[in-house]
Design a protein around this ligand. Structure first.
Ligand SMILES: C[S@@+](CC[C@H](N)C(=O)[O-])C[C@H]1O[C@@H](n2cnc3c(N)ncnc32)[C@H](O)[C@@H]1O
Length: 450
């Protein structure tokens, strides 16, 4: 790979003798990986022979975006060094967690794996198109405790002052750790780029710090090697907000201490972590964890987001629930966005003024005289929560994801909704009319499997 001359000069100076091995790593093939979804059965066809050592869910290897394992949310493809960020965060069940720069959702789905549908995950992305992708990925993973929001950091800080137990800032960065994966990242790079990114990172962090509760944790990460965006950002953060202290990260073999001399010399910077491609099997990352000892700014009085469903809407859903669901839905948690019905996570506070893409689990669509369940619900429920479930063959699954009708004489009912599973993974809802299964796989997500 042709690395920019200024990049080479900079890292030659910073890394000394080690620079040769660092530069050589750019000519080796990239590392790919995937994480399995702990809320799903482990797919039998996956090759799990090469685990990523620092995470219980990560493996080296590739999973096709057109496979059942991907479509059903049983796996999420993620570059192995990025998996270390979720492991460092490791939120506990029940926590309120914010993922401030979240799309496409690698870290959010990892955080959701720890939360196990408990607590609250606010997954935010500033770019509208990317926020949509984030919503699709968190839905595919089956997260039901998640609000997907499309806001800038200042609006998030205004809406949630002193609210979260944990905040992840996986910052937009100069992406030097993306060079092997995405050659375009090399063409964006210039000598001044890290400083420009650092300015934006300071702006994002200035807002992020306001949403943490005392005792809360901030996890900051980048996929770049630039000290300006890594140690120097944490140096700046600690100087600007002495309320924070570094929580030292435990480092497995190949992951090394951050370098205080690349920041302001504060020895506690060693507690942060650097992942270099010449030292471990990953593309590269920087991660720091900090604890806030005293709130920054004032808290607010939080009001629960009230349900807004009309009596008619509520009746439509209740009739559906009585016929099909094996669990109770608290009507206070129902929220209608037009004709779309959602189940808000417990503890959802007022969403007024926020651009919310998904105010929780999308339950379905309120039609004129009936309720139509959503793809998101098909993927989020646990087995047995829906009264009618049917196992379909891989050949039928190919029809489902292509949007075709198929016939089956093994459906549990003659007429009505059925949750379809293939190889024990949830796939979609179908509607049975005699032996024909009408397809409700979302139009925008359909694909052809060769
Ligand atoms: C490194 S990516 C996040 C990757 C994601 N956390 C994951 O694991 O899949 C950084 C994200 O920050 C977003 N971003 C860009 N500018 C931003 C800003 N000024 N404030 C907040 N987020 C921003 C980008 O659109 C991008 O999606």
């Amino acid at each position: 790979m042709e690395l920019p001359a200024a990049f080479k000069t900079k890292y030659q100076r910073l890394l000394g003798d080690e620079a040769t091995a660092f530069f050589a790593s750019f000519d080796q093939t990239e590392n790919s990986g995937f994480r399995i979804n702990p809320m799903r059965p482990v797919p039998a066809d996956l090759d799990l022979s090469d685990p990523v050592p620092y995470t219980q869910w990560g493996y080296y290897g590739k999973v096709s975006g057109r496979s059942l394992d991907h479509q059903s949310g049983a796996v999420y493809s993620q570059e192995p060094s990025a998996m270390f960020v979720g492991e460092v965060a490791h939120p506990k069940a029940g926590m309120r967690v914010l993922d401030l720069c979240a799309s496409p959702g690698g870290k959010s789905t990892h955080l959701g794996s720890f939360l196990q549908q408990s607590g609250l995950l606010v997954s935010n992305e500033i770019m509208p198109k990317r926020a949509k992708v984030l919503a699709e990925n968190t839905e595919r993973f089956g997260l039901s405790n998640t609000l997907v929001v499309n806001e800038d950091p200042a609006s998030i800080a205004k809406a949630f002052p002193v609210f979260f137990d944990q905040v992840l800032v996986d910052a937009p960065c100069s992406g030097e750790g993306m060079f092997r994966k995405d050659p375009d990242a090399v063409s964006y790079w210039s000598t001044d780029y890290p400083a420009a990114c650092a300015k934006r990172q300071r702006e994002i962090l200035t807002e992020a710090v306001k949403v943490l509760k005392p005792g809360g944790e901030l996890v900051y990460s980048t996929c770049t090697f630039a000290p300006e965006e890594d140690e120097q950002i944490i140096s700046w953060l600690l100087e600007t907000y002495p309320q924070f202290e570094i929580v030292p990260i435990e480092k497995p073999a190949g992951i090394i201490d951050a370098k205080p001399e690349w920041g302001n010399g504060d020895p506690s910077l060693k507690g942060a972590a650097r992942l270099f491609p010449h030292l471990m099997r990953g593309e590269g990352h920087f991660v720091a964890k900090l604890r806030l000892n005293e709130a920054i700014g004032n808290s607010s009085k939080y009001h629960r987001q009230p349900s807004n469903v009309s009596r008619d809407q509520s009746h439509l859903f209740e009739a559906f629930a009585a016929e099909y669901l094996n669990f109770k839905v608290d009507s206070h948690q129902l929220l209608a966005f037009g004709d779309q019905l959602y189940l808000m996570p417990e503890g959802t506070t007022s969403l007024r003024g926020l651009k919310v893409i998904r105010p929780g689990l999308h339950l379905g669509t309120l039609k004129k005289n009936r309720f139509e369940p959503s793809y998101a619900m098909a993927l989020a429920l646990s087995p047995g929560q829906f009264k009618y479930e049917a196992s379909i063959s891989e050949a039928d699954w190919k029809q489902v994801v292509h949007g075709d009708i198929f016939t089956s004489d093994e459906m549990p009912l003659k007429k009505g909704w059925v949750r379809l599973f293939c190889n024990h993974q949830p796939v979609a809802f179908g509607k049975v009319v005699n032996q024909t299964v009408k397809n409700f796989f979302p139009k925008g997500l359909r694909f052809k499997v060769e």
